[in-house]
Design a binder for this molecule. Sequence first.
Ligand SMILES: Nc1ncnc2c1ncn2[C@@H]1O[C@H](COP(=O)(O)OP(=O)(O)O)[C@@H](O)[C@H]1O
Ligand SMILES: [Mg+2]
Length: 407
Amino acid sequence: MKIKVGVIFGGESVEHEVSIISAIQAMNKMDEEKYEVIPIYITKDREWYTGDMLKDIDVYQDLDLIKRYGDNVVLYYKNGTYVLQKKSGLFKRTVKEIDIAFPVVHGTNVEDGVLQGYLQTIGIPFVGPNVYGAVAGQDKTIMKDIWKNAGLPMTEYVWFYDVDYRQNPEDTLKKVKSLKYPVIVKPATTGSSVGISVCDDDETLKEGIDEALQYDTKIVVEEVVQNLKEVNIAVMGNYEHQKVSEIEEVLSGNKFLTYTDKYIGGGKSKTKGGVKVKGKSKGMASTNRKLPADIDKKTRETVENVAVRAFKALGSAGNSRIDFLIDEKTNKVYINEINSIPGSLAFYLWEAKDQDFTKVLDEMINIGIKDYKKRMSKTHSFESNILAGFASNGGTKGMKGAKGKLR
Ligand SMILES: Nc1ncnc2c1ncn2[C@@H]1O[C@H](COP(=O)(O)OP(=O)(O)O)[C@@H](O)[C@H]1O
Ligand SMILES: [Mg+2]
């Protein structure tokens, strides 16, 4: 019997379109002998659809088509299995059963632990990081604080809440000015270079903070790495085992890698963000790159070593991409960020190490199954008579009783 894999993609994220591309790339490469691939598309307005038509990129040009011919479903636990069930219709029929969910989602509301939380709540096995790994992999403040604590090489940074800045701008700015200009200001959770700016002085710093505040309540400011070379590496595994891919060098014609550089390719661009992916984009696989990166042996070893430690420190799982900034003059390596579910699932980084995409997907699913079994082997509940005490006393009296027992 084939394993039924529900590939979940889309969602309410600025990287919605990129996720569609990543998911279609992945669905086309899954081993059909082993897996039955079931597409599960979440629209920007949070409706879930399934149907074989969703394996074809062209249908996404016309959402009405999907609404008319796709099945609008919910994923939930029913009689010991996980099912996609129609939301409307006389019999609310089950459309498909799913054995394991495979999120191929990017960005906030999906990659950041939100989707993983839902999957874990209903109890379905799934591929990729669990809730904790996913949260730490999206919020740059959490990510950086964990990595700093793990002693990984990073640029100097500070972070603050919008409320602190509004209530006490002087103190916040003082904290930020402990860094050396130029600095780069980032919203903590958006991704895709949205809301990011490089600031050279007090004036532009304030503008940069205002820009970032449009996207997030938490803001990160860090020192800019000079003579910048950007390299990325993928790490696959979980907290027990990890392996690394080839290293790529990503090229940009801009001050920093923009949304357009990342997903549309073609080098120079003035676009800052919010661009829709159109035409023949191949998602993250479109980026201008050198593969393998042009770096010496020692730098390569540093990148590999730091990447594995970073992956482990966050408790990530599956197949993530970890991005580095290198100062080419001093050869110093700084870790920048993790992408827990990277664009195009970073298949090109594995292919460059002679591992085809089909094998990568297979390994990811195997890790998901192993992690699920591990989760199931731990104790998650224990017998307690608190509720029994509550029921016999009844009403608010019971509440007092229960409280007493808790103390
Ligand atoms: N400290 C830094 N110094 C120089 N460039 C940076 C620095 N941080 C980020 N960048 C540039 O900005 C881009 C986007 O920043 P990043 O932290 O990766 O955010 P996102 O999550 O939006 O991808 C990077 O790919 C890089 O080009
Ligand atoms: Mg990035």
